[in-house]
Design a binder for this molecule. Structure first.
Ligand code: PLP
Length: 401
């Protein structure tokens, strides 16, 4: 059965990679870019770059307008109440660090921060370091056999001392959607702040931050087919009002004196210095492109490809999946084969997949694994990409076993 992608030609890099005999299946790490984004970047740079929010001149006004239009598009993409709730950062990682520093004063020694056992380092280390700075307790929610947070355990671990829950929406290792509604509900009962790491989740389907009801939601543009060096922090108004600025400098200030200063509210108060202007404008163009696609068709395509991937893996002996992936990716190990050896042989055959701990070292340790191979899909992949992967996998395993 063939599963073609109707959107493949919209991404010029896919054809370029194919000319280099490369099959790109590392989309959870970063994605290829649509022509619409390349056009927007060329247009911005070819027609006059200018800094935003500070110049009176015409190029500055154009850049500021395009920049703020993009902020509005991001707000609409997430169904945020207004564009003032969208803060641009340099990535999901910097958004999470902003939160861990900007919320620091709200914690007292002995307070608890809750994360899950599968978090990416970006959603673990900022909280771990905050806990060390403020003598807080970091509580780890265990997983069930499928890789979902164990809700029966969570009920006992999210309690009156919980001040913040930080949880990923879709795991970058296990490909499972976490039971966010239940978990956020438990945190809210305790009046704890809630942070959702949407770095992987935002790429698959549309998500409504108001319906989700989290205080903060973060993602990286580059995983959502957008430019790199750019992240998004959405915050509920009341939550943003409690956040302190983390970085200081130009444009985030209301009034500066030699010995004290006053700062702007969100979003500009959290965007010190020159932001990644072209990337912000490019993300707006990327969202325009994505908004034009038939979302149901994209979801159906992603589900069909994922099913194809899982069936192909299940048909081969000795392959053990990590968890029970629901969408987008599958991580696996092969009995008796080191993941680095397998990755090496796949690379030699032009297959771009990821091997190792996937920035989730504690999870890998808890699974007693040195690492795993991860195949991750995007809307431009098709079944031929997976066929090439399976052929390469069979050849590699023949050599290794
Ligand atoms: N959270 C998750 C679940 C991720 O998969 C990643 C990146 O792989 C991040 C956070 C960090 O994203 P970035 O490196 O773009 O800041």
């Amino acid at each position: 059965m063939m599963i073609p992608s109707p959107w493949r030609a919209d991404f010029p890099a896919i054809a370029a990679l194919q000319r280099q005999d490369q099959t790109y299946l590392d989309n959870a790490a970063t994605t290829q870019k649509p022509q619409a984004l390349l056009d927007a970047l060329t247009h911005y740079y070819a027609n006059g770059a200018a800094n935003v929010h500070r110049a009176q001149h015409l190029p500055g006004a154009h850049a500021t307008q395009a920049f703020e239009d993009s902020r509005l598009k991001v707000a609409q993409w997430l169904n945020a109440g207004d564009s003032g709730q969208i803060v641009f950062t340099h990535g999901a990682t910097s958004a999470l660090n902003l939160l861990a520093y900007g919320l620091e004063q709200q914690f007292q020694p002995g307070d608890e921060i809750v994360v899950s056992a599968l978090e990416h380092h970006a959603n673990l280390l900022p909280w771990q370091q905050l806990a060390q700075r403020r003598q807080l307790k970091l509580v780890i929610l265990p997983l069930d056999a499928d890789g979902l947070v164990d809700l029966a355990a969570a009920v006992h671990l999210i309690g009156p001392r919980t001040r913040l829950l930080a949880i990923s929406q879709l795991s970058n290792v296990l490909g499972v959607w976490q039971p966010l509604t239940a978990l956020l509900g438990m945190a809210k009962v305790q009046n704890a702040l809630t942070v959702v790491d949407g770095a992987q989740g935002v790429v698959h389907g549309r998500h409504d931050v108001q319906a989700l009801g989290c205080d903060f939601y973060v993602f990286s543009s580059h995983k959502l087919y957008g430019p790199d060096g750019l992240g998004v922090l959405y915050g509920r108004n009341a939550a943003l009002e409690r956040l302190q600025p983390w970085q200081f400098g130009g444009e985030m200030v209301l009034e500066a004196n030699y010995h004290d200063s006053r700062f702007r509210p969100a979003p500009l108060g959290f965007e010190a210095g020159t932001p990644p202007i072209a990337s912000v404008i490019g993300l707006g163009a990327t969202l325009d492109y994505l908004a034009r696609l038939d979302q149901d068709a994209v979801s159906a395509h992603e589900a069909a490809l994922h099913d194809y991937l899982l069936r192909g893996l299940a048909a081969r002996n000795g392959i053990r999946l990590l968890g029970k992936p629901q969408l987008a990716l599958a991580s696996f190990v092969v009995d008796g084969v080191h993941n680095a050896d397998l990755a090496h042989l796949l690379t030699e055959q032009g297959i771009a997949v990821r091997a190792g701990h996937h920035c989730a070292m504690p999870l890998m340790k808890s699974l007693e694994l040195a690492g795993a191979i991860r195949v991750s899909l995007a809307l431009y992949n098709d079944s031929q990409d997976l066929e090439r992967f399976f052929e390469a996998l069979d050849q590699a395993l023949e050599l290794l076993r």
